[in-house]
Ligand binder design. Structure first.
Ligand code: PEP
Ligand code: MN
Length: 335
């Protein structure tokens, strides 16, 4: 349920109404937008008498929210959510972000070189997997804790914040200095993991599941937000369809759909979506054109020898070209 307040509502009146809702057992989430102040109510709202609230001096209207996602819903929070990292990098609300780096961390030399190159091309965040969710148990599983240590070295060297995937709650302590925790496609509905991340204060990059609807994806974001962590970034990374020419099918329509339904930032990963490095720059342009808040791109120093996802990884030189192209498109779109 959302309660839209009249423009003149003062702090004392809002405070009184908040206390009244709390006494009824619901916690109001207050969103002070540019034009309007909204109180979003989550919990059991069946005991709330809507007519009584509508009659209050400071209330303009009361609406029931039919979608099952509440805190992730744009009706709760009309303005875009903007997430600010420790170094000041902003994600969402018109700030375009590049997260780039290798699929997995392989050595100190490799990750530092990739970090320097993606930074020089304009990336604001370094990606790199330390714990890898591989289809085969015989494939390279990532460097684990050593991989995290190398990412932190690269962060120290370049100043770039880092994003890396958490696969199990028991590893969370190793992520203390990680800037953004990635939840991979295969874990999008690992509800225990999501609940735990709801209690941490770090931004979460939530990838769309391999075969999940937009509503299921937003419900997973809701799990994190319900625990108190509102810093969720969505990442469209392609979904399973009957098509096999590309690794997945990039659902670009998810970008405007998420912008309609939610206030959370959404970025696009054309690397996992296509599985083909030659298609990555084109689909990156497509993502920027449909209004994505950023890109996640796999960049490797030597793709043919990559331990993971070499076929979809672009080189640092190709990444230079990609960011130049996308930046000119973004500039042209701003007019
Ligand atoms: C990755 O980012 O390397 C990864 C494994 O992504 P996804 O979970 O989207 O497959
Ligand atoms: Mn990968």
């Amino acid at each position: 349920m959302i309660v839209v307040l009249k423009q003149g509502a003062n702090e004392q009146q809002i405070e009184n109404l908040t206390r009244w809702f709390r006494a009824k057992g619901v916690e109001p989430d207050i969103s002070q937008g540019t034009d309007v102040t909204i109180m979003g109510l989550v919990g059991d709202v069946s005991k709330i008498d809507t007519e009584l609230i509508e009659a209050l001096d400071i209330v303009q209207s009361v609406k029931r929210v039919s979608e099952p996602f509440k805190q992730a819903n744009r009706k709760f929070h009309p303005d875009d959510t903007v997430i600010t990292l420790a170094n000041g990098t902003k994600i969402g609300g018109g700030n375009f972000v590049y997260m780039a780096g290798p699929c997995s961390v392989e050595s100190e030399e490799q990750i530092i070189y990739c970090a320097q190159r993606v930074k020089a091309a304009g990336a604001q965040v370094l990606r790199g997997g330390a714990f890898k969710p591989r289809t085969s148990p015989y494939s390279f599983q990532g460097m684990g804790e050593d991989g995290i240590k190398l990412l932190l070295e690269a962060k120290k060297e370049t100043g770039l914040p880092i994003v890396t995937e958490l696969m199990a709650v028991r590893h969370l302590d190793m992520f203390a200095d990680v800037d953004i925790i990635q939840v991979g496609a295969r874990n999008m509905q690992n509800f225990d993991l999501l609940k735990e991340l709801g209690h941490c204060n770090k931004p979460i990059l939530l990838k769309r599941g391999l075969a999940n609807t937009i509503q299921e994806w937003l419900m997973s974001a809701e799990y994190i937000m319900a625990g108190g962590n509102h810093n969720v970034i969505l990442c469209e990374r392609g979904i399973r369809t009957f098509e096999t020419y590309t690794r997945n099918t990039l659902d670009l329509s998810a970008v405007p759909a998420v912008h309609e339904l939610s206030h959370l930032p959404i970025i696009v990963d054309p690397s996992h979506a296509t599985g083909l490095s030659r298609m990555v720059p084109t689909m990156a342009m497509g993502a920027a054109a449909v209004g994505a808040d950023g890109l996640m791109i796999e960049v490797h120093n030597d793709p043919p020898r990559a331990k993971c996802d070499g076929a979809q990884s672009i080189t640092p030189d190709q990444f230079d070209q990609l960011t130049a192209g996308v930046n000119s498109l973004l500039a042209a779109m701003k007019g």
